[in-house]
Every structure is written in structure tokens, then in C-alpha cells.
Design a protein around this ligand. Structure first.
Ligand code: ABF
Length: 238
């Protein structure tokens, strides 16, 4: 069960943070967390989304303190390179200290739903390699039970209808994400209206459907640390 380790207060004057400020604050908190732990040869895995973008911008301040990054999407790679940060192919990396990324939902056990931005497969691969997954979110992502956010499932295009029927048989409502082609050339079905009572089991069950590439449950390998922006400041959850 997640516990609050500490809260870094935004200001002594009691000024409340907007959602945008919360994202900036957790991005900076993530940089502050990894900075003393970085070595010259460290590789940092970087996620995708608006919170991850804030992190990339903050990471640029310490770009001389680590070797290179690995990106979970083409968009992230481009933003990292724009800051003069080297981006490596994951196949050339055997060790990665950190993976920093956002999420769409997290529960009290640090299980996540990710993939609202469509980059779930690469995000899951990069997270798998990292020693520590630091998840950066604002408090709107905190839930008791996962599933209010539609669960993204990346699917090989020719299997779309078959997988859709299998997902419907689980009790949810699969919706084809129109116009979305992932960086891997696949499509996404968003699974609505499913109460996720056992995220670890569901993650495996969905991966066993033929034609599914990945699903957006990060429960087998959830977050190791969550930095959550609140109106009062950044909370560290573990
Ligand atoms: C990625 O960005 C995703 O897995 C998730 O879908 C999304 C969260 O986006 P944002 O930070 O913009 O809310 O991490």
C-alpha cells in the first residue's frame, strides 16, 4: 500500500498550484531526485506525454551529469535531441538507472494505467529495462480502483475485430481509437467500463489474447516511486 514519504511544500504563503504548475513541480522534483544519483555513464529512460515533456525540459539543466537517454516515443526523442541530449537505441543499452514517465491513473498499490498518449508498448519496454521507475503525476491521476480511465490495448491491425470481441467478452466496451497509428504501426482499442479488481491478473490475461501487442496496465511492473503534484506541493509516495 502506498505511503506518503514526504511533502515538499510549494510556498510558505499558502499559494495553491494549478495543474500546469503541478506538472512543472513534479518534473523538477524528479530531476532533484535523480540528480545526486546520476553518474557520468548513467542512462535515463524518458516517457511520453505532457508531464514527461516538463521533465525533459527540466532534465536539460543536468544534461552534463549523465551519458544519454532512451526515449519511449519518436516525439520524446525529438524533444530530448532538441535540448542537446543524446538519445540511444535501447538495443545498445544493457543498464538503465531510471525510467521517468507519467501515467493516466494510479492506485494505492502503485499499479498504473498508461497509454492515453498511445506510446504504451515502448513505455513498457523501457520501464522493464530500468532499475527504478519514477512516476510523475498530478493528483487527478490518483484513484482507489483502476478503470475509470479507458484501458488502452495496442493491437496488430489485422486482429482488431477479433481482439475487440475478446475484450467485449471480458465485460468492457472496446472503442477503436480512430486515426491513431502507434510508433510501431499498430492500432489502439480503448477498453471502457471495466472495473479492474485484479490488475496483475488482467494484465497477463489481456497479453494472452492473440493479436494484442501490449496493454496499458503497469501492474506486473508498477512504479517504484510516485511523485504526485498537489495544490499544496509535491508528495513522494512509495
Ligand atoms: C504517458 O503520458 C502515458 O502513458 C500516459 O498516457 C500519459 C500521461 O500524460 P500526461 O502527462 O499528459 O497526463 O506517460
Amino acid at each position: 500500500m502506498v505511503a506518503i514519504i514526504r511533502t515538499q511544500f510549494e510556498s510558505a504563503t499558502g499559494t495553491k498550484m494549478t495543474q500546469e504548475k503541478m506538472k512543472l513541480a513534479v518534473a523538477q522534483a524528479a530531476v532533484d531526485y535523480i540528480k545526486p544519483r546520476l553518474r557520468d555513464d548513467s542512462i535515463v529512460g524518458v516517457g511520453t506525454g505532457s508531464t514527461a515533456n516538463c521533465f525533459i525540459d527540466a532534465l536539460a539543466q543536468v544534461k552534463d551529469r549523465f551519458a544519454a537517454a532512451v526515449a519511449s516515443s519518436e516525439a520524446t526523442a525529438e524533444r530530448l535531441r532538441g535540448h542537446g541530449i543524446d538519445v540511444l537505441d535501447l538495443n545498445s543499452v544493457s543498464q538503465m538507472e531510471f525510467y521517468i514517465d507519467g501515467a493516466d491513473e494510479f492506485d494505492p498499490y502503485m499499479n498504473l494505467i498508461k497509454g492515453g498518449g498511445g506510446a504504451l508498448t515502448r513505455e513498457k519496454i523501457v520501464a522493464a529495462v530500468a532499475k527504478e521507475f519514477v512516476c510523475i503525476v498530478d493528483q487527478s491521476k490518483q484513484v482507489d480502483l483502476l478503470g475509470a480511465f479507458p484501458l488502452p490495448v495496442e493491437v496488430i491491425p489485422m486482429a482488431r475485430s477479433y481482439v475487440g470481441r475478446q475484450l467485449a467478452a471480458l465485460g468492457g466496451q472496446p472503442v477503436y481509437r480512430e486515426g491513431c497509428v502507434t510508433d510501431n504501426g499498430n492500432v489502439i482499442l480503448d477498453l471502457h467500463d471495466l472495473e479492474i479488481l485484479d490488475p496483475k491478473a488482467l494484465e497477463v490475461q489481456l497479453n494472452n489474447i492473440v493479436g494484442v501487442v501490449t496493454n496499458g496496465l503497469f501492474a506486473q511492473r508498477g512504479a517504484d516511486l510516485i511523485l504526485m503534484g498537489t495544490p499544496e506541493g509535491v508528495q513522494t509516495l512509495k
